[in-house]
Design a binder for this molecule. Structure first.
Ligand SMILES: Nc1ncnc2c1ncn2[C@@H]1O[C@H](COP(=O)(O)OP(=O)(O)OP(=O)(O)O)[C@@H](O)[C@H]1O
Length: 613
């Protein structure tokens, strides 16, 4: 996904206004009124200045003079107050837009129901920039309104100036053209640099995280990695700095040149006006109006150019948001999804081929086997054989590159992905440790039952972790986190420290198992290495639980501990991307193939260790 220049700016502006209208309609309407008043103020001021001074020279009545001065006073107040009100409104519009934009953004992310997008660095960069630019739609609307007000104001002032000196009007306008072009070029360059630097920014963030993350802290200290990581982080930081410094310098030179040009035009114009007045071609009021108009026009043009450039930058930033929203779902959505009835016959993998990308090697090359309803199937195979990949295909986190997975004969691609996942309970090898309370960590298995403490405790009991959780300082309400303390009492550090704790690796694994148990009623249970981090007693207990839990259910178990898979109804051995063997433990041992070899090796390892003592 490259930086998308194909979306016209007006589409982005339209999208921003739609969003702002939904987020803050009243504020937006008020901002439009303020923009119009802001546009009118300098023109009114210029005309009133001229009328008042000419009135003074031509001895106008006191009432007329008073009206002129009063009008100038009102314009002065408006001149001071309107920008403040506009700023307040735009900040508020920005805030409200940010909430809607973030909601939209993460709903769009949720629509990416597979994993591919999350493995695409360009998508991740775009997502990060879209998230960081949450206020961009509000800022863009503000910039567009400011541009509109600037155009109207500049138009009015230009008309006033034309009446005094058409030549001067042309010169002031001509002087503004290079400003507009240069500022827009700079805005585009700034956006391009930000985009080009986004991988460096992501790497800098990554190294910074490693330096402060509690999980990384062990290795970072033990291997003395802090200096290495800090250097890498600073290197990325300096790369970004260098790119931004180049831009800043270019901007400084441009702004300096433009300021000089502006002064020359204004100074030259003033000399001309003074001489014209001496020759009687201009009145004193004309000269005053000329001075006010040129200064106001230059300020209005500078404001206009600033708003245009800012708007352009915000539009490019908001384009990332629009691009994430417009990204096609990574998994095709069935036009007419089939309902998923409860599993009755089983799940069939039919000639499944899979690779992670077209330029990556095949992981699965024509895998076919069935998981019959109500039976326990185990997957075995060496590291990298494709077992976890197969689980991800069953959960439809990816689609097979070729072949199909059938649920009671219906292709998974013909179902709604949410419906499918509703029917699955799983413990992944790389399960999550949420920085939430113990109860929430388990309750997440079935969000609808988050408050059902009895079910949560029951699940914890089944996973053999109830005693540990109940014994925490705040029982199930203890935060399992090293980062956040929920409800911690700031006045009582003792209480704060009690509210937070963390678990050992094996205890976390049991919590993950309990989370899966919360999904007890689901049709398919997948357990990917549910006991890898457990001690011998815990492993024994968890496998007993797993056995109870799987009994009579359709399940798929992956484990390198072959003792744990031996009682499965069917064991499927993956090797070289194909099913190398299939059968129950006795049949596979009798066949004396890969499984028998691995099993014997593992068993003899234990026996040898015992004999060596
Ligand atoms: N997201 C990914 N992108 C690219 N390749 C991947 C990805 N995930 C896994 N692979 C590759 O796919 C192959 C199979 O990996 P998989 O995790 O399925 O193996 P496994 O049998 O579960 O291994 P283990 O027993 O070590 O857990 C490996 O060669 C791995 O490098």
């Amino acid at each position: 996904m490259s930086q998308d220049r194909s979306v016209p700016v007006w589409r982005t502006v339209e999208a921003a206004f739609r969003l702002a209208f939904r987020a803050a309609p009243m504020h937006l309407a008020a901002d439009v009124v303020i923009a119009l008043l802001t546009a009118a103020t300098p023109v009114v001021t210029a005309w009133l200045t001229r009328a008042t001074i000419d009135g003074l020279v031509t001895s106008a009545s006191g009432r007329e003079l008073f009206a002129g001065v009063g009008g100038l006073a009102v314009a002065g107040v408006a001149f001071g107050v309107l920008p403040q009100v506009a700023t307040y409104l735009r900040v508020e519009i920005g805030r409200r837009c940010a909430v809607v934009a973030l909601d939209e953004l993460y709903r769009a992310v949720e629509r990416q129901s597979g994993l591919r997008r999350f493995e695409d660095p360009a998508f991740l960069d775009r997502l990060r920039m879209a998230g960081a630019g949450g206020r961009a739609p509000g800022d863009l609307c503000g910039a567009v309104l400011a541009t509109g007000a600037g155009l109207l104001g500049a138009g009015g002032l230009l008309t006033a100036l034309i009446l005094v000196s058409p030549l001067m009007a042309v010169i002031v306008l001509a002087a503004a053209v290079p400003v507009v072009v240069l500022e827009l070029t700079l805005a585009r360059r700034r956006a391009t640099v930000t985009w080009q630097m986004s991988p460096a920014a992501r790497r800098e963030f990554f190294f910074g995280q490693l330096l402060s993350h509690p999980v990384a802290a062990k290795e970072v200290r033990l291997f003395g990695l802090a200096g290495f990581l800090r250097d890498r982080m600073l290197k990325e930081h300096r790369t970004i700095d260098a790119a931004e410094r180049g831009l800043d310098r270019r901007e400084l030179a441009t702004q300096g040149g433009l300021a000089l040009l502006g002064s020359c035009v204004a100074g030259g114009g003033l000399i001309w006006a003074v001489f014209a007045a001496r020759q009687g071609r201009l009145s004193v009021g004309d000269v005053s109006m000329f001075v006010v108009t040129v200064a106001s026009l230059q300020a209005a043009l500078a404001g206009l150019v600033g708003a245009l450039a800012g708007g352009h930058l915000h539009a490019l930033s908001f384009a990332h948001h629009s691009a994430v929203l417009a990204a096609e779902p990574d998994l095709p959505i069935a036009a007419d999804p089939r309902p998923i009835p409860p599993l009755r016959r089983g799940i069939e993998l039919r000639d499944v081929w899979f690779r992670y990308a077209d330029d990556k090697p095949w992981v699965l090359r024509g895998v076919s086997f069935t998981i019959p309803y109500g039976s326990s199937v185990a997957l075995a195979g060496r590291n990298g054989a494709g077992k976890t990949t197969l689980v991800k295909l069953l959960c439809r986190l990816y689609d097979p590159t070729r072949g199909a997975i059938l649920w009671d004969g219906v292709d998974l691609r013909e179902m709604r992905v949410d419906d499918l996942r509703e029917r699955i309970a799983a413990v992944f090898q790389d399960y999550m440790e949420y920085d939430l309370t113990a109860a929430e960590n388990i309750g997440l298995g079935d969000v609808a039952a988050m408050r059902d403490r009895a079910r949560i405790v029951q699940a914890a009991r089944s996973a053999g972790i109830d005693d540990v959780l109940a014994g925490l300082p705040r029982g199930y309400d203890t935060m399992l986190s090293q980062m956040f303390a929920e409800d911690a009492d700031e006045t009582d550090p003792q209480d704060s420290s009690q509210a937070v704790t963390t678990l050992s690796g094996g205890q976390w694994q049991r919590v993950a198992f309990a989370r899966a148990i919360m999904r007890r009623g689901r049709d398919l249970l997948i357990l990917d290495e549910p006991s890898a981090g457990l001690d011998a007693v815990a492993e024994h207990e968890v496998h007993r639980e797993v056995r109870n839990f799987r009994a009579g259910r359709t399940s798929l178990l992956i484990s390198h501990r072959l003792g744990a898979v031996a009682d499965a109804d069917k064991i499927v051995v993956l090797a070289g991307g194909v099913v190398a063997e299939e059968g129950d433990h006795a049949a596979l041992m009798a066949a004396a193939g890969t499984y028998a070899q691995l099993f014997t090796l593992q068993a003899s390892g234990y026996l040898r260790a015992g004999a060596d003592r």
